[in-house]
Write a protein that binds this ligand. Structure first.
Ligand SMILES: [Fe+2]
Ligand SMILES: [Fe+2]
Length: 248
């Protein structure tokens, strides 16, 4: 990849990250709303309100990195359709699925991925944005699993049945986005300095986080994905698909 192409990719990646962070803010705000409706304890509501503010800050920081790399000031497109509530579910079912997918799994992956990006980043704005993101994400991860426990206490049996039915699909979706990055998208020196990761690094971090973090945390919550776990054991056979945009 030429240096200019590498730089353009880094700009696009940080702009995509800004959109992903904005989407995370909308999802945390949706869970905040549902949490108030469902009567979650005030500590959960306050933590979610802080998460919303953090994610909006992350979006602004990501856009700032893109600008520092030479990107323009054009607003970032957001997929508004993704921000609409799920179809025809009650508030508890929607809150459970949202919490598990976007907060528990999403934030847990984000901590390890952003830490890996930060370790190799040398571009000053990227380093400082990643520093702030890494101050927040471990707290988001910690609260995400607490939110899930609180929601499951409202309907332990039905809630676990719902989530266990959905879990294989949720994990497969994340594997497609995070672990199937084509090697052709590997960054050069400029991209690496701006915090971009190679496809093999995305895969390594994804599967390491699955085995060290996600699987034990899911199991503690009474959630299992036996087919996905078997696929993880036999990994290496995944066909490459599209690009990824971390941001939670
Ligand atoms: Fe974030
Ligand atoms: Fe987050």
């Amino acid at each position: 990849m030429t240096a200019d192409l590498d730089l353009q990719r880094a700009i696009l990646e940080w702009r995509a990250r800004a959109a992903a962070e904005h989407r995370s803010a909308a999802q945390a705000a949706r869970l905040l709303h549902l949490g108030v409706v469902l009567g979650l304890d005030r500590a959960h509501i306050d933590a979610l309100a802080r998460t919303v503010a953090d994610e909006l800050d992350h979006a602004a920081l990501a856009l700032g990195v893109a600008r520092a790399l030479g990107g323009d000031d054009a607003p970032v497109d957001v997929e508004l359709a993704l921000l609409l509530p799920g179809p025809g579910r009650g508030p508890l079912a929607e809150a459970l699925l949202l919490c598990l997918t976007e907060l528990c799994v999403g934030e847990t992956l984000a901590v390890d991925l952003f830490a890996t990006m930060r370790a190799a980043a040398t571009q000053p704005e990227a380093r400082s944005a990643l520093d702030r993101i890494l101050r927040d994400e471990p707290r988001h991860r910690r609260w995400a699993w607490r939110h899930l426990d609180a929601l499951l206490r409202l309907d332990p049996e039905g809630g676990r049945r719902l989530l266990n039915d959905a879990l294989e699909g949720i994990l497969t979706g994340f594997a497609s986005a995070y672990a199937d990055v084509p090697a052709a998208l590997d960054p050069g020196a400029t991209g690496r300095a701006a915090g971009l990761l190679s496809g093999s690094t995305w895969r390594r971090v994804f599967w390491r986080t699955w085995s060290r973090q996600l699987r034990p945390k899911l199991s503690r919550a009474g959630l299992e994905a036996p087919r996905f776990a078997a696929r993880a054991e036999a990994r290496g056979s995944l066909p490459p698909t599209g690009a990824v945009h971390a941001g939670t």
